[in-house]
Ligand binder design. Structure first.
Ligand code: HEC
Length: 137
């Protein structure tokens, strides 16, 4: 029994650490040049852009403490580009490969979304300052 518990704990910790790393790695590879290493909008390319890169530690703060998971993923995959162009913020089509994960949309539906979108969004959630006080799907 003790041995079993140990394995469960180990697996639990293992997956959360791994998940965090994938999102963090994707962030470091794709976002730091504009948003900066800490996500605060001070990357080396920031000064050359017409629009200042957003401070990504304040996504929830800008929305009255709400963490908007779907909105963040939709900014990255370009879904919101038509209604909110966000100048100088690229679309990341390479996140839309075939590795999907189940996502609870909050309206009783489970849908499949690209795992890389979830990983990056989860990483961004982890750097919110202050922590979100409410979560919407
Ligand atoms: C070429 C520079 C550039 C790169 C690379 C970039 N961004 Fe941006 N990003 C911007 C700019 C500029 C804005 C602000 C757009 C605006 O205000 O219209 C922005 C805005 C955003 C926003 C909206 C913030 C809000 O509160 O609405 C999110 C989320 C975001 N970026 C995430 C990312 C992530 C995650 C990556 C990497 C996967 C990334 N960005 C890569 C330039 C960049």
């Amino acid at each position: 029994m003790k041995f079993f518990l140990f394995i469960v704990l180990f697996l639990g910790v293992g997956t959360s650490v791994e998940a965090q790393n994938v999102g963090e790695l994707l962030f470091k590879k794709n976002c730091v040049s504009c948003h900066g290493a800490t996500g605060r909008g001070d990357g080396i390319r920031a000064a050359g852009l017409g629009t200042p890169p957003a401070d990504l530690t304040r996504i929830a703060a800008r929305r009255d403490g709400v963490w908007p998971m779907l909105e963040v993923m939709s900014i990255l995959d370009g879904y919101l580009k038509a209604t909110n162009p966000r100048e100088d913020m690229p679309i990341f089509e390479e996140f839309l490969d075939n590795d999907m994960v189940e996502f609870d949309t909050g309206n009783g539906l489970i849908t499949l979304v690209p795992i890389k979108l979830v990983e990056v969004a989860n990483y961004l959630e982890s750097i919110q300052n202050p922590r979100p006080t409410r979560y919407v799907p």
